[in-house]
Design a protein around this ligand. Structure first.
Ligand code: PLP
Length: 372
């Protein structure tokens, strides 16, 4: 049996054509013309006025947090179960991340637990859409209005996904995407900040570029910033991929549904929920959670799959247990049982755009044998 990697991206002829143009014209840096075109087309696709292309999604989060001027003493509510990037961005700004446990069905932040975490110091909520279903946005938007909070949307895994027929990434005061190779469209490394607020867009542009001031003498700086610029070559990839985004999304849903039907008869595991009242799963990755009745844990199952040359990844590791934060004395004695259970019993199986239906069946059959 040939190895089945956890992710393989797919390309058309367009990527080469546009990359050739970069080389032929010599436009390879962030000054090239594809950057602006990609920003306009992608932010337009999401339904936002402004896009600021960045070096990666984590950098886009740094920019989003800094653009909102979050600072020391501010509290920012984030999920306990997430990639670490939002927590890093909040802490780097000097602000304090405050954690909320997950919903056991959607694996997203449990919005019912958010209000009890709001204090007079709370300034923002970061909604991280996880794995395939969006966060339940309406209750969060109500809380933001009621308590005058900023909403940052981490839509890195949700290109094209909708919440009540409105695109993910269109809800935040400022929202971010990633174009890492396992996302629905990729630029190799890359990300984007999107917003409707012109001032936030301008601040984001400045922060991305070492806080050079567009209207002041060059090399004179008044604020901190980063070099988080995207290259013209990355934007070329992004523009080519954007032409196929609807096909990518359709295929992702096909992959998810095929796994659902192949795996539905295995007892003792929880599969991704296909549909909720507000969204249809987009299966950024196809996650599985072992139920408590299982003797083997996720790490053991992943090892057995790896022996069959099937790639997997563990689920995110909860923020309150991260050694880097424990060392800093953060989240001491806090408990988030749903997040802990997901981390211990969850993993995802090969579900990138390059997987074939035969591979999906092969992976499913192997998993079925292992799980009995
Ligand atoms: C991938 C991802 C990021 C980070 O993106 P990079 O481009 O890898 O830095 C941030 N948040 C979420 C939810 C992600 O899945």
């Amino acid at each position: 049996m040939k190895p089945v990697p956890v992710n393989t991206p797919i390309f058309s002829h367009r990527e080469k054509e546009l990359l050739d143009q970069c080389i032929d014209t010599g436009w390879i840096s962030s000054e090239g013309p594809f950057i602006k075109e990609f920003e306009e087309k992608f932010s337009g696709y999401i339904g936002r006025k402004f896009g600021v292309a960045c070096a990666n999604g984590s950098g886009a989060l740094d920019i989003a947090v800094a653009a909102l001027k979050l600072k020391e003493g501010d509290e920012v509510i984030i999920p306990a179960f997430t990639i670490i990037s939002p927590a890093f961005s909040v802490i780097r700004a000097g602000a304090k991340p405050v954690l909320v446990d997950s919903d056991p069905i959607t694996w997203n932040m449990d919005v019912n637990q958010v209000e009890s975490k709001i204090t007079s110091r709370t300034k923002a909520i970061i909604a991280v859409h996880i794995y395939g279903l969006p966060v339940d946005m309406d209750p969060l938007l109500d809380l933001c209005r009621k308590h005058n909070l900023f909403l940052i949307e981490d839509a890195a895994e949700m290109h094209g996904q909708t919440y009540k027929n409105k695109k993910c990434g269109s809800f935040g005061d400022i929202s971010i995407f990633s174009f890492y190779p396992n996302k629905h469209i990729t630029t190799g490394e890359g990300g984007m900040v999107v917003t409707d607020n012109e001032e936030l867009a301008q601040r984001s542009r400045k922060l991305r570029n070492l806080s050079f001031e567009p209207d002041k003498p060059r090399y004179v700086h008044y604020e901190f910033g980063w070099n988080y610029r995207m290259t013209n070559m990355q934007a070329a990839l992004g523009l080519a991929q954007l032409e196929y985004i609807e096909q990518h999304i359709t295929r992702k849903r096909e992959i998810g549904k095929l796994y659902n039907s192949e795996l539905k008869n295995i007892s003792g595991i929880q599969l991704p929920k296909e549909i909720t009242d507000y969204a249809e799963n987009i299966y950024w990755v196809y996650g599985i959670v072992l139920k408590e009745s299982r003797i083997k844990n996720a790490a053991q199952i992943m090892k057995m799959l790896s022996e069959k040359k099937i790639g997997t990844r563990s689920f995110f590791y909860p923020m309150h247990l991260q050694p880097v934060f424990v060392k800093m004395g953060l989240f001491k004695d806090e408990k988030y049982p749903v997040a802990e259970n997901l981390a211990e019993n969850g993993f995802y199986i090969p579900s990138g755009l390059g997987i074939t239906n035969d591979q999906i069946k092969e992976v499913s059959q192997t998993l079925m044998r292992i799980l009995g």
